[in-house]
Design a binder for this molecule. Structure first.
Ligand code: SF4
Length: 365
């Protein structure tokens, strides 16, 4: 995932996407749902400079902040029992305007730091619980060399890891990169592979992208989608219906539909939580496509993902436009998995030990 220097997340559009933008403009016009569906994801908007007094730079902190063998562990995040995140580099093929990584500094781990982090993942501190690594960043498919180093180190230093998940938009931003060189890297190591893509609009199902995903499926990848609900991109029934129909047709599992995260300069991307809940209900019960294609509508809160059910919203503070959300996260367990984790000020612990957290809502103006 991509990073920002001093909060300036520069516009970056791959030549593949620039060409698609031109084609879509020519075919549908620059005021069409199709054009907005892509342009609002990648073109920098002046609205990004509208910073509200209570806007936050990052929406949560889950980096492990610990020393292992006398050295800090870098590029590792942990919120859950079985999975850790490894972030070898924050470079991407294009910059998605709504991405939380836009607020992170650009970083690439040195070989030594990468090795140290992987040794930590394989150490006695984690190896009884953790069996899955989500390699994200940045986009891990941007550097086959670094990917090779990461997988080889995991094989050698962390035999507890059975599943490798990759978070990548390369198939939809620069599909030519899914070539034999990259595929050989994966084929060298025996893991169970899964790829999380981030496709938001039906217009993104280009032939080149589908073929790139097919190449990954051929070597054993399972593909799933998790995508944000974005104002003016996919916040209407028809677009979501067509998106989930295409996911089903292309054998991509619909995993999460995320409410767009609360972050600095992001207001113009964010609907209210309620609008997303209504849309999610609508697509879940419309009967227009298979139930297997229905996503879980979810919030990325200060304490991790919370799936939105009818009783999830416990309270509302009109003054700050915030909602108190019930989670299933146990505070004591969290401290056990990540001893350096600090309870955010937005969070309270219920009588049953589970955390509830205040979450900044969006609006539907
Ligand atoms: S969503 Fe992925 S590809 Fe897009 S900016 Fe974020 S990290 Fe990069």
């Amino acid at each position: 995932m991509a990073g920002a220097k001093k909060g300036n997340f520069r516009e970056l559009i791959s030549p593949f996407l620039a060409n698609k933008l031109l084609e879509i403009e020519e075919a549908y016009g620059n005021n069409s749902n199709e054009y907005h569906g892509l342009a609002k994801q990648y073109l920098k908007s002046p609205s990004e400079d509208i910073i509200l007094p209570d806007d936050r730079r990052r929406h949560y902190e889950s980096e492990v902040n610990i020393e292992f063998d006398g050295k800090p562990v870098l590029g590792v995040e942990r919120l859950y029992k079985k999975t850790v995140l490894l972030e070898p580099t924050t470079v991407c093929a294009a910059h998605c305007r709504w991405c939380l990584r836009g607020q992170y500094p650009v970083k690439t781990l040195t070989k030594d730091n990468l090795e140290h982090s992987v040794r930590y993942i394989g150490s006695d501190l984690l190896n009884k619980d953790v069996d899955e690594v989500l390699i994200t960043g940045g986009d891990p498919l941007m550097s086959p060399t670094m990917l090779d180093e990461s997988l080889s180190l995991i094989k050698k230093e962390a035999p507890n890891i059975k599943i490798i998940r990759i978070g990548s938009r390369v198939p939809f931003q620069d599909p030519i990169r899914i070539n034999s060189n990259l595929l050989n890297v994966f084929e060298t190591y025996n893991f169970r592979y899964e790829l999380g893509v981030n496709v938001n609009h039906p217009v993104e199902f280009w032939r080149e992208s589908i073929e790139a995903l097919d190449r990954l499926k051929e070597i054993g990848f399972k593909i799933y989608n998790q995508n944000p609900l974005l104002k003016g991109v996919n916040d209407n029934f028809e677009t979501l219906r067509d998106l989930y129909t295409l996911l089903r047709e292309n054998e991509i599992e619909a995993h999460y539909l995320f409410h767009a995260i609360p972050m600095r300069g992001m207001q113009h991307h964010r609907t209210s939580l309620e609008k997303g809940a209504k849309l999610s209900n609508q697509i879940s019960s419309c009967g227009e496509f298979s139930g297997r294609a229905k996503p879980r509508y979810t919030v990325l809160s200060d304490i991790g993902k919370i799936v939105i059910y009818h009783d999830t919203i416990v309270d509302k503070d009109e003054k700050t436009n915030s909602l108190l959300l019930r989670s299933g996260f146990d505070y004591n367990q969290r401290k056990e998995w990540n001893p350096s984790w600090e309870k955010p000020t937005s969070t309270v612990i219920g009588n049953d030990g589970m955390m509830l957290t205040w979450y900044k809502d969006g609006n539907d103006n």
